[in-house]
Design a protein around this ligand. Structure first.
Ligand code: G1P
Length: 289
């Protein structure tokens, strides 16, 4: 069993749900308190043992590249002003993991974005993390849970949770057989089905461990739902040759691509911060009176 070291994070999307701000700020750079959302995703990968990350970017995403680069001038200003805490934080940001970038010249769907990682991945199983899903778990990062599931069972692992039936059309939905407390053997996947079409309410939520054989399917993939090359369609093709499992991860998941989900995440993260917790609790208490 090979150790999982690599992850792909697609960040090429326009972020239309967050217009107008995303006209000039990549949605991945919008902060939850003081950290851009992409940092939460990268930190989850690093805390799960990932050493190499490929960000699939596009035009107008340069600020993401700058964010993970070093910034010597800023470091010397912080050093001179003896702001060592901030200095450490800034240095850590640019050193925590090897990050490389590849440009997706046209936005042709998630499957198309992931295909850009073919050379980066080679023939090892790899991870995919989607930036719209932030998962909080104090004990074990979501991706680490999936990696451990892969170490135990092999194959491809999709991170899932049950969603409300009314929301199934936002997600890739799993049709499978329950073979353990948190584990399904996947028989089929349907990308964004209607409520009537959905076989279950078990939804893929932005975390994957994927077999490198996916690339031979992505290579031949044609457009699916919304006229885009869907990762889900190629995952379905994998099921014929290899095991595909869905694993119900533990953790609170926020859909930060949605304004309400984003606000919920901001409130929850502020309540987890020891310095802010009391102030925010009092403030919310006052507001809700
Ligand atoms: C993508 C996937 C979908 C998955 C979702 C999770 O859709 O295609 O299968 O359930 O991410 O957030 P998107 O939200 O990019 O349209």
């Amino acid at each position: 069993m090979s150790i999982i070291r690599k992850a792909i994070i697609p960040v090429a999307g326009f972020g239309t749900r967050f217009l107008p701000v995303t006209k000039s700020i990549p949605k991945e750079m919008i902060p939850i308190i003081d950290k851009p959302t992409i940092q939460y995703i990268v930190e989850e990968a690093v805390d799960s043992g990932i050493t190499d990350i490929l960000l699939v970017t596009s035009k107008h995403k340069k600020s993401i590249e700058d964010y993970f680069d070093n910034f010597k001038e800023l470091e010397s200003v912080l050093e001179k002003s003896k702001n060592y805490e901030m200095l450490e934080m800034i240095k850590k940001l640019s050193n925590m993991v090897n990050i490389t970038f590849v440009r997706q010249k046209e936005q042709n769907g998630l499957g198309h974005a992931i295909y850009h990682g073919k050379t980066f991945v080679g023939d090892e199983p790899f991870c995919v993390l989607l930036g719209d899903d932030i998962v909080h778990n104090d004990n074990k990062p979501c991706l680490k849970q999936l990696i451990e599931c892969h170490e135990k069972h092999g194959g491809t692992i999709l991170g899932v949770q049950e969603v409300e039936r009314k929301d199934v059309s936002k997600y890739g939905i799993v049709d499978g057989e329950k073979i353990g407390d948190s584990l399904y053997k996947v028989n089929n996947l349907i990308e964004k089905p209607s409520i009537e079409e959905a076989p279950t309410n078990v939804a893929i939520l932005g975390r994957y461990v994927i077999s490198p054989s996916i690339f031979s399917h992505l290579e031949k993939a044609s457009s699916g739902k919304l006229g885009e090359i869907q990762l889900t369609d190629s995952l379905v093709k994998l099921i014929d040759d290899e095991d595909v499992f869905a694993y119900t991860f533990e953790g609170t998941r926020y859909d930060i691509g949605d304004k309400v989900g984003y606000l919920k995440a901001t409130i929850d993260f502020s309540l987890r911060d020891q310095k802010m917790k009391g102030i925010i609790t009092n403030y919310l208490g006052e507001k809700l009176k």
